[in-house]
Design a protein around this ligand. Sequence first.
Ligand SMILES: C[S@@+](CC[C@H](N)C(=O)[O-])C[C@H]1O[C@@H](n2cnc3c(N)ncnc32)[C@H](O)[C@@H]1O
Length: 509
Amino acid sequence: MINEIYNRTLNYLDNISKEERKEIGQFFTQPSIAIYMASLMTINKNSIRILDAGAGSGILTSALCQKCLKNNNIENIEVILYENNETVLPLLRESMELISTIMEEDNKNFRYQIVSKNFILDNESFWKGIKEKEEEELFDIVISNPPYKKIRKNDNEAIVMKDIVHGQPNIYFLFMAMSAKLLKANGEMIFINPRSFTSGAYFKEFRKWFLDNVKITDIHLFNNRGNVFKSDKILQETLILKAKKTDKEIKTINITTSPDDSFNNITKLTVCKNILIDKTTDDKYILIPTNQEELEVLNLFNSWNNNLESLGFKISTGKVVDFRATEFLTEKKNEYTVPLLWASNFNNNRIIHPIKREKTPQYILLNEKSKSLLIENKDYILIKRFTSKEEAKRVQCALYFTKQFNYNYIGVENHLNYIYKVNGDFSKEELYGLFTVLNSSFVDKYYRILNGSTQVNAGEMNAVPLPSLEKIINIGQIALNQSNITVEFCDKIIEDFFINQNKYFKSVI
Ligand SMILES: C[S@@+](CC[C@H](N)C(=O)[O-])C[C@H]1O[C@@H](n2cnc3c(N)ncnc32)[C@H](O)[C@@H]1O
């Protein structure tokens, strides 16, 4: 039945513009993904109640029903489908009639109800605790490909769920939270949605609420982000997640990956639940290792108990946003200007300034108005915020030495982060030691496990566990004498200090 429903969906797609669907966050799930999602359901009882939140043409419900057909224990099935887009509703009704006929032919007792209302607003009083729900009104299983759409903080949905909104909300995570809330005890939710909620400051309150209310049991990642929702060219990294509402301890989590949505060549890793949540901050970042090597990287970092902040360092983002500061930017050096550093000033882990490059003025005026955008001229470790997908390393650092420039202040453009010592200045050993750790491919790998996007955020860099200051200084003493601190050199040091302990002096010097 799923193929029939998908074919009808393709006809519908021919008659409605992509812009119109984008406006309401409407993207349809491929049958192979829907079938995989349904395969994660482990509920096995005589009567089940299903919720399809943002049902579209009913593909996800059809996949679940197909699975129920193969299970003789499940006899009574009730499905509630929320869909508030008038245009797709006739198609959804058709799909549900088709499913209903097939289920009845197979002697299943099947009932469904389409609720053509806003899923979030319709459940407002339950979310707020104003109205309780009877057990029979809750769900054994929620399946959803929620709408992906940034909304404003003062949109009604965000106001209803304001306790989990922090910064700009996206409606998809409101769907996840509302669905978790609507689960019965031992109920399961199976979602396909962007990976972005696993890190990032905007999702912090949601992550805390979600992890307190349900337990993640399965995560599926696609290795090639362009291969999912390809007809809609969605490049957002997507994951499939299953979570359970249970008081029982869940010891392990299944992490699977596949190159694309054909689900051929699936790799599976079972990890201890303790490693899933970052422990260095209270931001509850979700770490997703996908192979043995990444698991070993996590184990290494889990043996370190510090982070930038606890070591007395701080990472901030460059304050000069070029298009907002145009009046201060200039190509020409004069007595009223100071250097402005851009990502393009990086050269072999050092800063070369000035350089000739279009649209990157190398100087910024120092005056009363611009001063708040500038920072003291101290030693810094600079980290690029954006790297292209093609670049081998996402965490790219450079050493900046105060003595390079005879100025009291410098400007750092907004595409860069800078790390400094909070009280006073880095000692040479601290500077070189910290740089060596951060420039290693180990930090790069850890960061990728922590954050699926190509952006390097200050908040998440702060969540990267680091060794003790003593070890950092020891590393710095060695790195100081190195003319070129290559990634290979940094990796060798990390391996010798922390993986093949005590072999350092035998192997490196
Ligand atoms: C990403 S599509 C997924 C459709 C379908 N479940 C699938 O997997 O193919 C999300 C659906 O949610 C609907 N939707 C968006 N906002 C909604 C809301 N607040 N309440 C109910 N449905 C909503 C959209 O019209 C769209 O059909």
